[in-house]
Design a protein around this ligand. Structure first.
Ligand code: 6R9
Length: 692
């Protein structure tokens, strides 16, 4: 039999779209045959045969049930985990329509469980205690370590006991500011074990950003380490934490304890600045605690963590995820989108400081009892072959990364890849931004030897887990398309009036109905949650992304439609960068836009108006960039500062970013109508100054 794509595939998918209840046609899955259509990469028969979801037909059957009977579908998924008490009569309840009162999402309410228990104890009880949970690969080649599930549980319990001894109770916040050491997932799990709410802050954020987060969530404790080596650079994290804690205490938020892991390979203890009454060395106190720690049983709707992310205003938002729904959703998405099997070795290159590291370095994989590789360093150190060296060393089978890394390794040349075997690889994954077809093909052909399906997973901090993603083996792939919705997810594309579009279309990507992994609120600001996400298109969750759907029903993400820039897969709000720039005493006004960048996807381009009398100079440019680095972090530094005697504004004073975007990308013949500007001459001035 052959896979009759040409005749039946588009029909199938058309039936799926929007109305899954309609007639479902069968696809005959057979030998992978070369497609007449350049754009279709057919599933490999061998792979599909052993996949959890072996065919599109099976997907449709499961998807259909997940939409028609979400309660039954998700209860079945949930019953694979341990619940001390089963959830109440309603598996879920939701109100997603702001015109009908408060937005309110609940899953498995009344169910009593613990995610740390399900990650560790449950796997140990089912006989996998001696399986490796974490392989840790240090920045320097040759430096490594590992922990079995048994050992990981011991470490988690010791830290959990320490936290309890220091007064951390259920519901208390704990800030974690750690690089990719094993202590990072250990810290997250220890908090979860005792019902504390962790807030991991990516260890690339500046003191100012950390301070802001500390002031917002008022943690009982901060967990950090003295320093870390990334590539050849040593980063003194403790100095950053010291500055943040000083700043927060001046703003009335004092943190009693700063538990500091001594990472002596990066910096000696005696070189670390120390405040005796507040700072404690991790290694001095944590190992003294018992390796058993009772679980704090929590309600499915009790908070699990807060993760701050950028939006279109200056203040980062504290995205709040709760326990039960998030647990089931990360576990199920991990299992199906990577076709996870117990023999897999999984490596995700994301840092636990971002949502990808929460859901798909820590929770999703561990809930499935997986062996996870954690890498401390940078992917091109000591050379651009490092990733494949690590893949061969640990026999990695599932490799999950970001398009920006794919593009940068692609530029470094194939030899760095082909000198390694990579034959363990089975599934590849991509996340963070749209993956352009040429990078997709290189990833597929060169890294995966045209053998491994790519799961291009579209999702967000807010969604908790994958929303639109291929299920490897189940259907043909199109390079650059995230393909179809995960179980239970109903994506819709709407026009600017909120009307749902049918068929081939493009517009704003929204989601109908809730799914278990959805965030429940923005910490301390439910109103902002409602207005940001649910008021633009009443009745839907609005993602902030643009999307089109092709004739076969495949989804193509086109990037943010709001004032958020995606730099190397990191979300940065233009307003955040602008406020960092205007804090500079010589900056009168700033406007920031994203421009296309070959490696990073987008880069930050800033228009800056100096205060009267200040002239352009290289030193001034540098100090503006420094201002962003210290206010936010190095990853948000603008690549270009464009000198702007004035900014194009409407008569009512609104900056016309549309024009700035065109100037930034040098599309000068596409400036459009500038007659509504208060001072159209500004545009000519900006063009004249473009290359200074
Ligand atoms: C998981 C994560 C979310 C934003 C999102 C979108 C972009 C993420 C993508 C993708 C196209 C993909 N994005 N994955 N765009 N295809 N596979 O990255 O979360 O940091 O919150 O960013 O990233 O624009 O809205 P987060």
């Amino acid at each position: 039999t052959s896979f009759r794509v040409r005749s039946r595939w588009p029909v199938m998918v058309r039936n799926l779209r929007g109305r899954v209840g309609s007639k479902v046609e069968a696809v005959v899955m057979g030998e992978a045959v070369a497609s007449e259509d350049e754009d279709l990469i057919l599933p490999n028969h061998e792979f599909a045969q052993h996949a959890h979801v072996p065919s599109f037909e099976k997907y449709l059957e499961m998807y259909k049930r997940s939409i028609e009977d979400p309660a039954g579908f998700w209860s079945d998924m949930a019953s694979e985990f341990y619940w001390k008490e089963k959830w109440g009569p309603h598996v879920y309840s939701e109100n997603l329509d702001i015109t009908k009162g408060n937005i309110n999402i609940e899953w498995f309410k009344g169910g009593i469980t613990n995610i740390c228990y399900n990650c560790l104890d449950k796997n140990i009880e089912s006989g996998h205690g001696e399986k490796i949970a974490l392989h840790w690969e240090g920045n320097e080649p040759g430096l490594d370590d590992s922990l079995t599930y048994n050992q990981l549980l011991d470490r988690v319990c010791q830290l959990a006991n320490y936290l309890k001894e220091n007064g951390v109770k259920k519901g208390d916040a704990v800030i974690i500011y750690l690089p990719m050491l094993m202590e990072l997932p250990i810290a997250m799990l220890a908090c979860a074990r005792i019902g504390a709410v962790h807030s991991v802050v990516f260890a690339g954020f500046s003191a100012e950003s950390l301070e802001q987060r500390i002031i917002d969530c008022k943690p009982k404790l901060v967990l950090t380490c003295n320093a870390v080596k990334r590539g050849k650079k040593v980063i003194n994290l403790k100095d950053i934490v010291d500055a943040a804690l000083l700043g927060s205490s001046q703003n009335g938020v004092s943190v009693g304890v700063c538990l500091t892991y001594a990472n002596e390979l990066a910096m000696k203890k005696e070189d670390t600045k120390w405040q005796k009454e507040r700072d404690v060395w991790w290694q001095d106190v944590v190992p003294k605690h018992a390796t058993k720690c009772d679980v704090e049983w929590v309600d499915a709707e009790d908070p699990l963590f807060l993760l701050y992310t950028s939006g279109s205003t200056g203040k980062p938002k504290g995205v709040l995820h709760t326990t039960g729904g998030y647990m089931i959703y990360t576990a199920a998405t991990f299992k199906y989108a990577f076709d996870y099997k117990p023999s897999d070795v999984y490596w995700c290159t994301a840092d636990c400081g971002w949502i990808t590291g929460h859901s798909y370095v820590s929770y999703g994989p561990l809930l499935n009892g997986a062996t996870v590789v954690l890498y401390e360093g940078v992917p091109n150190y000591p050379d651009p072959g490092r990733c494949w060296d690590i893949v061969d060393k640990y026999k990695v089978t599932i490799f999950y990364t970001a398009p920006t890394l794919v593009r940068s390794l692609m530029r470094d040349g194939n030899e760095y890849v082909t000198r390694y075997s990579r034959k363990s690889l089975r599934v590849l994954g991509s996340v963070g931004e749209p993956i352009n077809p040429s990078a997709w093909r290189w990833f597929y052909n060169v890294v995966g030897d045209s053998r491994c399906p790519i799961s291009d997973t579209w999702w967000q901090t807010e969604t908790g887990g994958f929303m639109i993603t291929p299920l490897p083996g189940a259907w043909p792939q199109k390079p650059g398309s995230a393909t179809f919705p995960f179980f239970g997810v109903q994506p819709v594309i709407v026009d600017e009036k909120g009307k749902e579009l049918e068929g081939e279309c493009s517009g704003y990507l929204c989601v109908k109905n809730s799914w278990p992994g959805a965030f429940r609120t923005l910490y301390g600001d439910h109103e902002r949650y409602e207005t940001t996400y649910f008021s633009a298109f009443p009745g839907y969750y609005f993602s902030g992304d643009g999307c089109s759907r092709d004739k076969d029903g495949y989804h193509w993400l086109t990037g943010r439609v709001d004032d958020v820039i995606n730099v190397s897969g990191h979300r940065i709000g233009t307003a955040e960068v602008e406020s960092a720039l205007v804090l500079h005493p010589q900056c009168a006004e700033a406007a920031v836009v994203g421009v296309e960048h070959e490696i990073k996807g987008q880069s930050i381009y800033a228009f800056v108006t100096p205060v009267e009398g200040v002239e352009y100079s290289e030193d001034f440019r540098k100090s503006l960039v420094l201002s962003v680095r210290t206010q936010i972090g190095a990853f948000a530094a603008p690549d270009k500062i464009h000198w702007a005697p004035g900014l194009p504004k409407t008569r009512s004073g609104k900056i016309m970013r549309r024009i700035l975007r065109k100037i930034a990308s040098r599309q000068l013949d596409e400036l459009g109508d500038t007659s509504t500007l208060a001072d159209p001459q500004v545009v000519d001035q900006l063009i004249d100054l473009a290359d200074t």
